[in-house]
Design a protein around this ligand. Sequence first.
Ligand SMILES: Nc1ncnc2c1ncn2[C@@H]1O[C@H](COP(=O)(O)OP(=O)(O)OP(=O)(O)O)[C@@H](O)[C@H]1O
Ligand SMILES: [Mg+2]
Length: 255
Amino acid sequence: MSFVTVTDVFQSYGARPIIERVNVTVDEGEFISIVGASGCGKSTFLRLLLAQEIPTRGSVSIAGAPPATEPGLDRGVVFQRYSVFPHMTVRDNIVAGESLRRGWGRFFGAGAKAARARADDTLARCGLDHVADQYPATLSGGMQQRLAIGQALAARPRVLLLDEPFGALDPGTRLSMHDFLTELRAETSMTVFMVTHDLHEAFKLGDRVLVFDKPRWDPHDPNAYGATITYDFDARNGGIPFQSLKENTHVLQAN
Ligand SMILES: Nc1ncnc2c1ncn2[C@@H]1O[C@H](COP(=O)(O)OP(=O)(O)OP(=O)(O)O)[C@@H](O)[C@H]1O
Ligand SMILES: [Mg+2]
């Protein structure tokens, strides 16, 4: 049974359609890369998975139920610009990430000590144990992104949503972040959705690559139609498109 199921989802802002007829199923543990032109609704799609947006039509389910509206319970998220707390030390940022799941109340006394020990484990995994007592502003961009990912992981999410997580990093740091993410995946059974503008990165890291595009286009009114998933590539099998999306495209062309 699929873990994430998106069924016939439409999302509009006011009268303007952003995404339309999105159908996709994802198994637990799959790594899904998402590519597409700027403004075509990739971040909107992630917000639907986060339940920050409720679809105008259609449904999203994760593990058989609509996604919870509380952040951090089952989904962690990392954006392009790091989203850590600047006034907290590196270690406290990890503790804060975990508290999203457990609630702040548990982190007094012995609980706080145990939480710090767990945070140090996460920091070691992210290669940040040597800067645990520093503040984020003193870290490089790559370290800050590792911290943001560590913070998301501290809540032990079943789904990790990454919105252009490496977009602001230099090429060398980006490559080391690829290794980091690949190692993390080997250790956990997380399902990952990653938006990227880098096709090479999409195919390198993803099991599947979803392409968002507008199959219907009115040159006199570019905003008349929304985008949908036009290709679903099997990145582990030579980039062969799955059959299901051809059906999806066919439906759109028939209209
Ligand atoms: N809350 C909102 N209200 C109105 N319009 C919005 C809202 N959020 C996004 N949009 C519009 O929806 C469209 C899709 O936005 P979205 O951020 O999902 O695109 P994207 O594919 O992530 O783009 P990029 O690659 O530039 O990040 C954009 O035209 C944007 O202006
Ligand atoms: Mg975006």
